[in-house]
Design a protein around this ligand. Structure first.
Ligand SMILES: Cc1cc2nc3c(=O)[nH]c(=O)nc-3n(C[C@H](O)[C@H](O)[C@H](O)COP(=O)(O)OP(=O)(O)OC[C@H]3O[C@@H](n4cnc5c(N)ncnc54)[C@H](O)[C@@H]3O)c2cc1C
Length: 291
């Protein structure tokens, strides 16, 4: 049962930040409520003040700029990202990821910012954003700051947000030439959370086709979405072959810190990481060659 709370519906960022500042210890932000309401119904979270930011329209946008890259307001819904024509120039992996996130009903109401702030290690957007080297913009009455998306989750359902802070924007840099990014998740039930998710981004040298840069991000494989940095080193600076991708998968599997739960054993998750890094890496490589 949900405990009683006082409910605010600010319509501007300024108002939302003042309420958040005033009630920072006993208040909670709600956006689409797709994750928070479940926790409230289970009695795991019982805020005395609920600050509903869904009506703060200034945080609902997708902007694309050839130099700056992509800017997504925190209140943009999953469905708006999935359907946006702005994602065509190098960001289509975000739409592919969104298409497999939850059901259309949940995507219609849940927001990208809410998903990131919920910090479920099995969430889909964060590994993709880590592979894309995205940055988060965070605001409070004290001012603004930015941080790499990979530094934002601290532990299971824990983030680097300080009291009074709101995530306002996701910033994705324009990809370098000859960059390909791909994502997939293994899940048993269609539209369900990932048992394991893997995102890989590869940038090739235009002169000799070797790997200039690579980012491998794993979801549901550790307490937070994580970079498999040792696996990246297997590929960086080298020509990427099937054998190297296989080796990268094996190294990533050893780096992962999965748990056993009702969805899968830790051993099974390690096996998934091994296979998916190779498979997704192959797809990212093919895309980089065509980019
Ligand atoms: C049936 C179902 C299936 C799902 N399947 C998937 C799936 O396959 N993959 C996946 O990744 N997710 C899945 N989810 C999770 C869900 O889609 C997301 O977590 C959801 O989109 C969160 O967004 P929201 O706007 O609803 O956040 P809310 O539930 O409103 O908030 C979530 C948390 O973030 C905080 N918060 C929200 N916005 C901000 C902000 N701007 N700044 C600071 N804090 C903020 C809230 O205080 C709360 O702690 C599923 C959910 C359901 C109900």
């Amino acid at each position: 049962m949900i405990r009683d709370f006082e409910y605010f519906t600010p319509k501007t960022l300024e108002k939302a930040l003042s309420l958040l500042d005033k009630y920072q210890d006993i208040g909670k932000v709600i956006a689409g409520g797709q994750s928070l309401l479940i926790l409230m119904r289970q009695g795991l979270v019982a805020p005395e003040y609920l600050i509903d930011i869904k009506g703060v329209s200034e945080l609902n946008y997708i902007r694309s700029d050839a130099k700056k890259g992509l800017r997504i307001g925190a209140l943009t819904t999953h469905r708006a990202i999935e359907k946006s024509p702005m994602l065509q120039n190098g960001f289509s992996v975000l739409a592919e990821m969104e298409r497999r996130l939850a059901s259309i009903q949940t995507r219609n109401w849940g927001t990208i910012g809410g998903n990131i702030c919920h910090a479920d290690p099995a969430g889909d957007p964060s590994p993709v954003l880590v592979a894309l080297n995205a940055t988060l913009k965070i605001a409070s009455l004290r001012g603004e700051r930015t941080m790499a998306v990979e530094d934002f989750p601290l532990d299971y359902f824990e983030t680097a947000l300080e009291p009074g802070e709101l995530l306002t924007e996701i910033q994705v840099p324009a990809p370098s030439p000859h960059t390909g990014t791909a994502y997939t998740k293994f899940n048993v039930i269609e539209s369900d959370m990932a048992t394991v998710g893997v995102a890989v981004s590869i940038t090739l040298d235009s002169a000799n086709g070797t790997c200039n840069d690579v980012r491998i991000a794993l979801g549901a494989s550790a307490p937070t979405p994580m970079r498999a940095k040792q696996a990246e080193e297997v590929l960086r600076g080298k020509r990427i072959t099937d054998n190297r991708l296989r080796e990268a998968g094996e190294v990533a599997s050893a780096e992962a810190q999965p748990i056993s739960d009702i969805h899968a054993s830790a051993e099974y998750r390690r096996e998934l990481v091994k296979v998916l890094v190779r498979r997704v890496g192959k797809e990212a490589l093919a895309r980089a060659k065509q980019a």
